[in-house]
Design a binder for this molecule. Structure first.
Ligand code: ADP
Ligand code: MG
Length: 270
């Protein structure tokens, strides 16, 4: 059934559910990521974005539903380390705070070398490390740096380089620029746009920020209380949102003449 569209789709998610006690964190979520595409998942805090991401990456189990990559189910058990590694490679996660995922004692070059050793033991690692650092706009000198010697933006570049090192089909970016200053944010978003163009990697771009969605996605789904309330091409959804919640999210972006009190009232009424 899914066979027919998997040629154009890299990732197909259908009917995902996950509850925690009485909380329906993910409630019947389905979507498709086109090969080399960039899909935004937007919604307020608690809407189920991270849980969806963790299920897709394989860090969390779903109560029901399916995640297909290139038409193959990712949720079943696999025999053998090599196969499990191959599956782990397919989808990589980049999250908000790279400090939490980078060992403070490991230099940047060693971070990349470890990843390459694990996934591609037979390749020329120094050459690939240079290539990766270059790809994320860090010079080769960065290889000698420790995480604390880098800025937040540079650390996020390292996290992106490490994710790209395994040549994934999909990068899941969960609030990956949320902790950065606006100007650094713009640099990282531009970098990600360039990388997608060069490599053809697909993005699942999770954010609460509609400005980010506008910059780097071609389609978007809007989540609220675990459910998808609206979806479509980014330009259409942002220009003519159909769901009141999407309109509210758009109106919540500060701009001249912005009225936070009116928005709070509208939110209570929704
Ligand atoms: N491990 C967990 N245990 C209990 N509740 C959780 C867990 N993870 C998420 N939740 C709940 O699920 C809902 C969705 O959370 P989350 O997916 O983190 O949303 P978002 O990323 O959109 O902020 C929230 O109500 C959250 O409290
Ligand atoms: Mg989250």
């Amino acid at each position: 059934m899914t066979e027919s569209i998997s040629g154009a789709a890299v990732l197909e998610v259908s009917g995902l559910h996950r509850t925690y006690g009485s909380v329906h964190a993910v409630d019947d979520v389905s979507f498709t990521l086109a090969a080399g595409g960039s899909l935004g998942i937007v919604g307020e805090s608690g809407s189920g974005k991270t849980t969806t991401a963790r299920i897709i990456v394989g860090l969390e189990r779903a109560d029901a539903g399916q995640v297909l990559l290139h038409g193959r189910d990712r949720t079943g058990h696999l025999r053998g380390k090599a196969r499990r590694l191959a599956r782990a490679r397919e989808i990589q996660l980049v999250f908000q705070d790279p400090y939490l995922s980078l060992d403070p004692r490991t230099r940047v070059g060693a971070v990349l070398r470890e990843t390459l050793r694990l996934h591609f033991p037979d390749t020329d690692h120094p050459r690939r490390i240079t290539e990766l650092l270059d790809q994320v706009g860090l010079g080769t000198r960065a290889a000698d740096a420790l995480p604390r010697q880098l800025s937040g933006g540079q650390r996020q570049r390292v996290a992106i380089a490490r994710a790209l090192a395994v040549e994934p089909a999909v990068l899941v970016l969960d609030e990956a620029v949320a902790a950065l200053d606006v100007s650094v944010q713009a640099q990282i978003l531009n970098l990600l746009a360039d990388i997608r163009e060069q490599t053809g990697v697909g993005y699942l771009f999770i954010t609460h920020d509609l400005g980010v969605v506008r910059c780097v996605t071609d389609a978007v789904i809007v989540m609220r209380h675990g459910r998808i309330v609206e979806s479509g091409p980014t330009a259409c959804v942002l220009a003519e949102p159909e769901h009141p919640y999407t309109r509210l999210l758009l109106e919540s972006v500060p701009r001249p003449g912005w009225d936070p009190h009116g928005i709070a009232a509208a939110r209570r009424a929704l």
